[in-house]
Write a protein that binds this ligand. Structure first.
Ligand SMILES: NC(=O)C1=CN([C@@H]2O[C@H](COP(=O)(O)OP(=O)(O)OC[C@H]3O[C@@H](n4cnc5c(N)ncnc54)[C@H](O)[C@@H]3O)[C@@H](O)[C@H]2O)C=CC1
Ligand SMILES: O=C(O)[C@H](O)CS(=O)(=O)O
Length: 484
């Protein structure tokens, strides 16, 4: 069992309408540690019926929550933020146990997750409207912004805390209640956040966590007319399904979906900086990140030097259980994730790629995979078209700027892109030419609470974080005041 300072943070029940509860039929879902297969505990296997009750409770709690002033909601969210920081050690231990990431990364994610609550506690006080000069002398035009209503959120396993607060923060700050379904693999992080939400004084029904069957819970969230807004982070395939299911009741959607990020190294790049950025972007969370570099394009003249430097740096990784001192790469989330990386490596090698480092399951077993670098990768290979979601860096070669822009944009995804260059003209031309929602220039790390996170094409809809992020939880209302 986990050695927590506050054992009450590890909950094996769902949190609905301010009550900790089991599934109606008592069914449970087992949660395992991906690093060693150990059983961590169980959570309720809930479905449509429990979700419906959570939605109805949210609707009942909404009037009082939206009636609070933005400042009153802000004070409660601030307390939630402070409680997250004060419990970082336990929250990180829970995350590493159920998701596998190294403790240092888990601690970093808790700070990142908390930053969204801190940020939106303030943003909620700035949902300004407009007054518009009227074309008629007898009326006045006013625009106000209002909470959209009951929101539902469905989140992935790769960032089990930050993907939740990136949604709950703006929703609650805007005056909306939220019903959350976390990923089956990582429910304990979500439930620990619910413990702290309760302690912060978030009223019953305003934030509920329902664990269990995705189809049953998601089906209720997308079909129940009380739900006015759904925010989803996960694969593009599931995003499309949720979009279809939501059409019947015209719900507002935020979709943070899959990526296929190009990472371009031009011949005028600082190669040491480019290697550092490639590692930060590619191998963070063992490559299980939607914004990680999925394709690394290196210009001809620096290809061999960059490849050699990258291999030397990746050789220094320490693979192991996330709680071990100095570990820099943990396991993948499950066996299917390992098989996908294996498939991408095998396909590339079969089509002519060379393995410069790694390339197979790690001797530690379970779902560990060796940090991998492939050379001579081409657009004909699966890795050029699909997200690997694992610790594998495929190096493509290119000659001209025009060629690499065409290659980079040849994908249905458009979440993040990265490139390294020190020529200001090239920087502007490439930044404007890349088809993605976010561009990292001479950096591999772009995620924070103040900037608009999101994609174009089939990487999704809407933006999270930043002052844009709260708009997704508001509706604009126009008041035409006559009889002046
Ligand atoms: N754009 C972004 O910010 C992010 C995108 N992703 C993408 O998600 C994928 C990996 O994460 P996964 O958790 O495997 O994605 P996933 O799409 O399988 O699962 C994400 C969430 O959706 C739920 N879900 C699955 N099927 C569902 C259904 N039929 N109805 C309702 N909910 C359903 C899951 O239980 C989980 O909570 C990758 O493609 C990755 O790129 C992951 C994290 C962030
Ligand atoms: O789930 C993800 O991949 C996150 O969006 C990555 S980030 O926000 O930590 O960059």
């Amino acid at each position: 069992m986990l050695q927590l300072k506050d054992p009450a943070l590890l909950r094996q029940q769902a949190f609905v309408n301010g009550q900790w509860c089991d599934a109606d039929q008592g069914e449970r879902l087992a949660v395992h540690n991906p690093a060693n297969g150990e059983l961590l505990g169980h959570v309720p296997l809930m479905g449509a019926a429990e979700t419906r009750r959570a939605i109805e409770a949210a609707n009942a709690a909404w009037p009082a929550w939206k009636k609070k002033t933005a400042k009153e909601r802000s004070a409660i969210l601030r307390r939630w933020y402070e409680l997250m920081l004060a419990n970082t050690d336990d929250l990180a231990l829970i995350m590493t146990a159920e998701q596998g990431k190294p403790l240092a990364e888990a601690r970093g994610e808790i700070g990142y997750a908390a930053s969204f609550i801190e940020w939106f506690a303030e943003e909620g006080k700035r949902t300004y409207g407009d007054t518009i000069p009227s074309p008629s002398p007898s009326n006045r035009i006013v625009v106000i912004k209002e909470a959209i209503g009951v929101c539902a959120a469905i989140t992935p396993w790769n960032f089990p805390a930050a993907m939740i607060t990136r949604k709950a923060g703006p929703a609650l700050a805007a005056g909306c209640p939220m019903v959350l379904k976390p990923a089956e693999a990582t429910p304990f992080s979500a439930l620990a956040l619910a413990v702290l939400a309760e302690r912060a004084g978030i009223p019953a029904g305003v934030f509920s966590v329902v664990t269990g069957t995705p189809k049953g819970i998601g089906g209720e969230m997308t079909s129940n007319p009380i739900v006015r807004k759904i925010s989803f982070t996960g694969s593009t395939g599931v995003g499309k399904l949720l979009m279809q299911q939501s059409a019947s009741s015209i719900k507002k959607l935020s979709l943070e979906l899959g990526g296929n990020a190009p990472f371009i190294v031009f011949d005028d790049a600082d190669l040491d900086a480019a290697v550092e950025g490639a590692i930060a972007s590619k191998y963070r969370n063992a490559g299980q990140t939607c914004v990680c570099a999925n394709r690394i394009y290196v210009q001809d003249g620096v290809y061999d030097a960059f490849a050699a430097k990258l291999v030397e740096a990746v050789k220094k990784f320490k693979v192991g259980q996330g709680t071990e001192e100095g570990v820099t790469q943990g396991p993948l989330i499950n066996e299917q994730a390992v098989q996908k990386v294996e498939q991408h490596v095998a396909d590339a090698v079969a089509k002519g790629a060379r393995v410069l480092l790694g390339g197979k399951r790690h001797a530690l077993g379970h779902s560990f995979f060796e940090p991998t670098v492939l050379a001579d990768v081409t657009p004909a290979m699966q890795v050029a078209r699909e997200e690997t979601f694992g610790p594998m860096a495929p190096l493509f070669r290119f000659k001209t700027d025009e060629e690499v822009l065409a290659l980079a944009n040849d994908t249905e995804f458009g979440l993040a892109s990265y490139f390294y260059s020190r020529d200001i003209g090239r920087i502007w031309r490439v930044a404007e030419g890349l088809e993605s929602g976010m561009v990292g220039i001479n950096t591999g790390l772009i995620s924070n609470e103040v900037a608009p996170f999101g994609g174009v094409k089939q990487s999704g809809l809407g933006r999270e974080g930043s002052h844009y992020g709260i708009d997704d939880y508001l509706v604009v209302k126009y008041l035409c005041m006559g009889g002046i």
